[in-house]
Design a binder for this molecule. Structure first.
Ligand SMILES: [Zn+2]
Ligand SMILES: [Zn+2]
Length: 503
């Protein structure tokens, strides 16, 4: 069968992010503070840290927690893995549109989620999986969007006389009839224009996957400090970018794409806008790492180079990532002595860990590698034992610990570890609501927050909640939070200094 990896990527890329995008900015800290005893909080801190906490006795309490009113009898364990992002993606699809996950599996010629997971993990390929031609691939992909945006009916649930028709403005959502479309308009009108961009971008993404759209590269032709956000980045890459975009617009791949997608080719300025959004989406992660290194004042001329850990990395960060994708991070720091980026998470794609390796770090190079597993295990096995150097910066893209008690439970050991070892940390979130909820949790955990705000290197590509299309689209890494150590430790230090001064 043809096009196996590409169509699989296109089908599943949106799925991986689906759950992330649907989660609400829920306050889980209240839940945790009420139900977890202080003993349990301490038990979750990294082991060596607990040892260090033994003396002096006054510093035993790692954080100030309101004494719990209810103590759960079930202790939280360190070994519980994070819920898999794609499993949650399937869950949220069916929550919003009952039967949609089955429809997707059917379009992939798969019977179950287990079969899907097997292919995703690089296991046995499923017989009959794949498509004969591009047209079929795009057709089936479009079929996965065919449900009524208002009543959520799938084609199989409609009477024979009814067919799903597209909104002509955005060419993104479907309706089972004029009544549903009319009733939905007050809601849909708020997002119709943005969804129109989404519908173009998801087709254009194929060009990135096939390699027809190569990102601009090479050292920045000006002082790196000048680049403070996308505006300055675009003006500095201007000439090179125009040539790149013109080449893609006139490419054979572009012609092939629009000959197979079953809708007319948009105007060149629409296509160009889409390419630019895709570009910001691909470069948002490396440049956000750079933002963290800069803002936290990390010395990039350190002998032996710098190490950044991307914690909680998933398929989203690793499946489509190629070694050269992080070069832009290097150009942000001319004269750096080597930057090592290690992706750590239980959903790091199997292909990524195979394709990356750890050679000695050369000055001026960016090295990518992956580690499959939980971060606190990785820390104990690799960092504590000295096999991997301590990180200069830890970054988590959309950790989402505010969204559910399960996720908070999975993230807590890592957050405490980062706080107690005073590792400079940057996290990103999708929305202002998530920003507020995440900040509250980090304050409750007594982390010392050094900065937060709108990310100047946020992705400019709108992300639709595919199974709930009228939900306001979000942007990847729209906001950031940086923290360093504990606010309690800071108080303690200040106190010690004061005491010393009095002596
Ligand atoms: Zn309907
Ligand atoms: Zn529309």
């Amino acid at each position: 069968m043809l096009f196996f990896p590409i169509q699989f990527l296109l089908f599943t890329h949106s799925l991986w992010k689906e759950w992330e995008k649907t989660r609400q900015g829920r306050r889980v800290s209240e839940f945790l503070l009420d139900s977890v005893s202080r003993y349990q909080w301490t038990a979750m801190a990294p082991r060596s840290r607990q040892r260090r906490h033994k003396k002096p006795p006054s510093s035993v309490t790692p954080m100030v927690v309101t004494p719990p009113t209810v103590v759960t009898s079930v202790p939280l364990t360190l070994s519980k893995p994070d819920p898999s992002i794609d499993a949650l993606g399937f869950f949220s699809l069916d929550n919003n549109v009952p039967g949609l996950s089955q429809l997707i599996l059917q379009k992939l010629n798969m019977k179950s989620y287990e079969e899907y997971k097997l292919v995703l993990d690089g296991g046995a390929s499923v017989s009959g999986f794949g498509f004969g031609c591009l047209q079929e691939m795009f057709q089936k992909m479009e079929d996965t969007f065919r449900f009524c945006a208002h009543c959520r009916a799938l084609p199989s649930g409609l009477s024979d006389s009814k067919v799903l028709r597209q909104c002509k403005r955005c060419r993104n959502v479907y309706y089972c009839g004029p009544e549903c479309q009319r009733s939905d308009w007050p809601e849909h009108r708020k997002v119709c224009q943005e969804l129109r961009l989404v519908a173009v971008d998801r087709l254009m993404e194929w060009l990135l996957v096939t390699g027809a759209f190569v990102l601009p590269s090479g050292p920045w032709p000006c002082l790196a400090e000048v680049v403070q956000g996308w505006d300055t980045w675009f003006s500095l890459r201007c000439l090179q970018l125009d040539a790149t975009l013109d080449a893609v617009l006139g490419s054979h791949a572009m012609t092939t794409l629009w000959a197979n997608v079953g809708r007319p080719k948009p105007d060149p300025d629409v296509l160009q806008g889409s390419l630019k959004r895709l570009l910001t989406d691909a470069l948002s992660r490396p440049l956000t790492l750079g933002l963290g290194l800069r803002a936290l004042g990390i010395d990039v001329r350190k002998i032996g180079g710098n190490t950044v850990h991307v914690v909680g990395a998933s398929h989203v960060e690793t499946f489509l990532t190629r070694p050269g994708d992080y070069d832009e991070l290097g150009y942000m720091f001319p004269g750096h002595l080597g930057l090592r980026v290690i992706m750590v998470g239980i959903d790091v794609s199997a292909g990524f860990t195979k394709s990356t390796s750890t050679f000695p770090l050369e000055p001026g190079t960016v090295q990518l590698s992956g580690h499959r597993g939980l971060y606190h295990d990785f820390w104990e096995e690799q960092v504590e034992t000295g096999q991997i150097t301590h990180p200069d910066l830890v970054v988590a893209f959309h950790p989402g610990f505010h969204a559910s008690p399960d996720l908070m439970e999975a993230w807590l050991p890592t957050l405490l570890l980062l706080r107690d070892y005073e590792i400079p940390t940057l996290i990103t979130v999708y929305s202002h609501q998530e920003l507020a909820a995440s900040l509250q949790i980090l304050v409750d955990l007594d982390t010392h927050i050094t900065a937060y705000g709108a990310n100047p290197f946020a992705s400019l590509k709108p992300e639709q909640v595919y199974s709930n299309p009228n939900k306001q689209p979000v942007y990847c890494s729209a906001y950031y939070i940086m923290f360093l150590g504990s606010s309690c430790q800071l108080d303690k230090k200040q106190l010690e200094e004061k005491v010393d001064g009095e002596d």
